[in-house]
Design a protein around this ligand. Structure first.
Ligand code: MN
Length: 299
């Protein structure tokens, strides 16, 4: 297996530019991680509305929001209202199957000066019966080792296990290095791995080096993965076991095929109770986002 490096595509979410790293080219997923947006670091001018994402649905996935700077208010159709601050994780589970889903809004509070966050989606295993849920993790396991600062976002690493709700084998770790470091990680057989560089640069064992807003898919073998991080680097190490079925994405929906995506579009646009409470849980200034029709050739 060769190391692969991918550059971000430029996208826009709720009025601010984001760097999108997944899906990207031939790389559709890293284990169940199937979508990856890096938002900011952005500064808002005085009087700016900041980030305002109106009510929109999700299916068959978890939204995984890791906050680096600024604040976001999350409101969802299960009735949760939660402000997320730096060092905290919000995890919203849409549930699985044709009758389950969830809807939410995401907003920077009035007067917000900045935003820096990563939002990932985790595809849910379609053969499991999973209920919608929302979890807020105000504190996650953190430690220093081999000259690096680690925060464990989910899964297990270096003998530590995160409390984060997972439905398939996954790893997410936030890593910062003050000085240049060579870091070695255990690599599980059959897993896929990716490194999202947020600042500085990180190279795989073969020397392929990724800079900020690049995704490195490092070659790994013999049960280990070696990364060379330059001084002042900050990155997310992501890993996971591939799901036993295809992961298809359309708009804010995940499913294992086109029919289920089309059904989700019809359900949301038709006001189906599948997505929870109809209004009332969000700021009425925000307008629900309509789902675009699935293209004819969606695969
Ligand atoms: Mn969302």
């Amino acid at each position: 297996m060769e190391t692969v490096k991918l550059a971000a595509s430029a996208a826009e979410v709720g009025g601010i530019p984001v760097a999108r790293l997944l899906p990207r080219g031939r790389c559709r997923s890293i284990g169940a991680w199937c979508f990856l947006d890096h938002a900011g670091p952005a500064r808002f001018a005085a009087g700016s509305a900041g980030l305002q994402i109106g009510p929109h649905p999700h299916t068959n996935l978890q939204t995984f929001t890791w906050m680096l700077a600024g604040e976001l208010l999350h409101c969802d159709s299960l009735g949760h209202r939660q402000t997320i601050r730096p060092g905290q994780l919000n995890l919203m589970t849409a549930g699985t199957g044709p009758t389950r889903g969830i809807a939410h809004t995401e907003q920077t509070p009035p007067g917000s000066a900045e935003l820096h966050a990563v939002q990932l989606w985790i595809a849910l295993p379609q053969h499991l019966d999973i209920e919608p849920a929302f979890d807020h993790y105000p504190e996650l396991p953190a430690w220093q080792e081999a000259g690096a600062d680690f925060v464990l976002l989910n899964g297990s690493l270096h003998g530590c296990t995160a409390p984060t709700r997972c439905h398939s084998p996954l790893l997410g770790a936030d890593v910062r290095t003050a000085a240049a470091q060579v870091l070695e990680f255990p690599a599980e057989a059959g897993w896929e791995y990716g490194v999202l560089v947020l600042a500085g640069s990180v190279a795989a064992a073969d020397g392929t080096r990724a800079a900020a807003d690049e995704l490195l898919l490092p070659a790994h073998g013999q049960g280990r993965l070696v990364l060379h991080a330059e001084a002042g680097s900050h990155f997310l190490l992501l890993g996971g076991e591939p799901l036993p079925h295809p992961i298809r994405l359309w708009w804010n929906f995940v499913a294992d095929g086109r029919e289920a995506l089309q059904q989700a579009v019809r359900d949301w646009n038709g006001g189906s109770p599948r997505f929870g409470a109809a209004g009332g849980w969000y700021d009425p200034v925000l307008k629900p986002l309509p789902a675009p029709e699935t293209p004819f050739d969606l695969r």
